[in-house]
Design a protein around this ligand. Structure first.
Ligand SMILES: NC(=O)c1ccc[n+]([C@@H]2O[C@H](COP(=O)([O-])OP(=O)(O)OC[C@H]3O[C@@H](n4cnc5c(N)ncnc54)[C@H](O)[C@@H]3O)[C@@H](O)[C@H]2O)c1
Ligand SMILES: N[C@@H](CCC=O)C(=O)O
Length: 543
């Protein structure tokens, strides 16, 4: 570092634009949606800073208009994985040795590009490629990724600042080395910001990375990769290798140079990756760090003292924003018998006003789900409820895949607290309700705790403070993000560090300093200014 101690100021969260009718940002995003729709792309891999084309093509399509192709992308196989590992190894030395200020400046510049000149492109790509409405795209592909980049750059300096004390005639320090080998970043389809965070967080700490985005989010992931390069990311630091999960994952996990996995996605895929790492353990030069944020079966628990308007809004926003395709989405709710008639009336009335359709029409609250596989899985759960006597569909239930993968926001009422849709992650716009007797509040909290293997997010709604305390204690391990009188979605970087335990992941809290600690391998260095010159202790001196 130059002859000064540089610092990065604590960041503030990126302000959310509102896209009101007549606003400048609304006109700009509409233009950008048109432009991207009409500019077909061919997306290469990026290995060692160079575009690589394999000819093995995947397609980026619009979920709400699946006949429309936005791009084709080249997919990596074993050969390209080997090239990417080689590129990451070649870049590693220089990248680790670069002044940390220069390294972090690249990501702060990327944040400024996204907040400014590339904002509309990334948001529009997310609306078209992942089927988000403009608000959901804005909080993800503009604000959250900008926050991840700025806050992580700041947290990195906080880590580097932490140094041990020194005794007399000695000087101690901790050198925060990157891991010895590459990090494999594997991102899900549902958040552009997570796609950007998974490779950039380890890279900020001096690691080199292989990044495999989800096939259904390659369009926005590619835009991010371009932004990282525009911001000055050196060749080989992040290698962009989209492709089918196992085809890419298998050779990557077999590499002796694998030093870490930064994963977000389903629990099943994560558990299989962990098993493969365990089987390969003897091959690796170092124990790979494994960080995985995975599925959820997130709940809203309502106490008899709750305000019903707030509950109904949280149920709708928590369950149906982005079609319920958030790991944090409310997908089961426990409602007291005494409030149920009021809640039912208000909920079904509000549900009747929800518009479903393409995000280009800004009146639509709910858009299409990501792809045919998701459509089939989600509609399968709805059919199961339709056929089962313990369940009744009280709102929605319609599914139509003729032009886009549309599923109506659906509410199931069940008499069985262990009904399939109370237990399993659906990852779609389906909410299941269970009504409990008011005097069974505490045992129903225990039921909520034991009903699913996940522990990601959850919420308690109550005005009674004692009830809040009881829920907080009884549900202590049921959620890594616990909300009081708020929906269980929408965590903000720097304010609600995000992640859960049990089957929901390693709970390393994305976008927080805790996550960044996983990407360093500290070396303790002690220097002795006055080395001993006699092996004997003072008590051995002759009298
Ligand atoms: N806890 C969180 O923070 C969080 C955040 C977002 C999403 N999620 C979870 O993600 C899931 C939805 O996302 P998804 O459908 O993209 O998940 P997914 O598990 O299907 O895919 C995630 C990524 O893993 C890759 N993959 C699949 N098989 C692989 C293999 N054998 N080796 C290497 N990579 C492989 C996929 O291609 C993709 O890039 C949900 O379960 C959701 O709860 C969790
Ligand atoms: N962090 C997001 C969820 C990410 C998972 O899909 C939220 O808090 O809603």
């Amino acid at each position: 570092m130059a002859n000064a101690i540089f610092s990065i100021d604590p960041p503030v969260n990126e302000p959310v634009l509102e896209y009101r009718p007549g606003s400048d940002e609304r006109a700009r995003i509409q233009d950008e949606l048109q432009r991207l729709r009409n500019t077909p792309l061919e997306i290469p891999l990026i290995i060692g800073g160079r575009p690589v084309k394999t000819g093995n093509l995947g397609r980026c399509v619009v979920p709400h208009d699946h006949g429309h192709q936005l791009a084709v992308f080249h997919q990596a196989g074993e050969k390209e994985v080997a090239m990417a590992i080689e590129a990451a190894a070649s870049a590693a030395g220089k990248w680790a040795a670069m002044d940390w200020g220069d390294r972090l400046a690249i990501f702060n510049r990327a944040a400024d590009l996204i907040a400014g000149p590339r904002r509309m492109t990334l948001a529009a790509a997310t609306m078209l490629g992942q089927g988000k409405n403009v608000y959901q795209a804005e909080i993800d592909a503009a604000c959250e990724i900008v926050d991840f980049l700025r806050f992580n750059a700041f947290y990195a300096t906080e880590i580097y600042r932490q140094q041990p004390r020194s005794g007399p005639a000695e000087w101690n320090h901790l050198e925060y080395r990157p891991l010895e080998g590459f990090v494999f970043a594997v991102s899900p389809f549902n958040f552009t910001a997570i796609g950007g965070n998974l490779p950039s967080a380890p890279a900020m700490l001096g690691n080199t990375v292989l990044w495999k985005p989800a096939s259904s989010a390659v369009f926005s992931a590619w835009m991010l990769m371009e932004i990282f390069m525009e911001a000055g990311l050196p060749p080989g630091v992040i290698n962009f290798i989209p492709g089918p999960g196992a085809q890419v994952g298998h050779p990557v996990l077999a590499s002796p140079q694998l030093a870490g996995i930064h994963f977000t996605g389903s629990t099943t895929v994560f558990q299989n990756m962990w098993k493969t790492v365990a089987e390969n353990l003897g091959r690796y030069r170092t124990y790979p760090r494994i960080v995985g944020e995975t599925g959820g079966k997130d709940f809203i628990f309502v106490h008899p003292s709750a305000e019903t308007e707030a509950v109904v809004t949280a149920l709708i926003r928590g369950a149906f924003e982005y079609q319920g395709q958030k790991c944090s989405a409310a997908s089961r709710a426990y409602l007291p018998e005494s409030l149920w008639p009021q809640i039912r009336e208000k909920l079904t009335a509000a549900m009747g006003t929800i518009k479903v359709g393409p995000p280009e029409n800004f009146e639509n609250f709910v858009n299409a789900v990501i792809d045919r596989a998701a459509f089939d899985t989600i509609s399968g759960y709805i059919d199961h409820a339709r056929q089962h006597e313990a369940a009744e569909i009280i709102a929605g239930g319609g599914c139509d895949r003729s032009s886009g993968y549309f599923i109506e926001p659906t509410v199931i009422l069940t008499t069985d607290p262990r009904f399939k849709t109370m237990e399993e992650e659906i990852f779609g716009p389906v909410l299941t309700l269970y009504v409990y007797a008011d005097d069974a509040f505490e045992e129903t909290l225990d039921l909520c705790d034991r009903t699913s293997p996940y522990a990601l997010t959850g919420a308690i709604f109550a005005r009674d403070r004692a009830a809040v305390g009881t829920a907080r204690r009884r549900l202590v391990n049921a959620a890594g993000n616990f909300y009081i009188n708020d929906k269980p979605t929408g965590a903000v970087v720097g304010r609600q560090p995000f992640g859960g335990a049990r089957a929901s992941g390693t709970n390393d809290k994305a976008g927080s300093i805790l996550n960044l600690y996983r990407w360093v391998s500290p070396r303790t260095i002690k220097e002795n200014f006055l080395p001993a010159t006699d092996y004997r202790y003072p008590f051995m001196e002759a009298k």
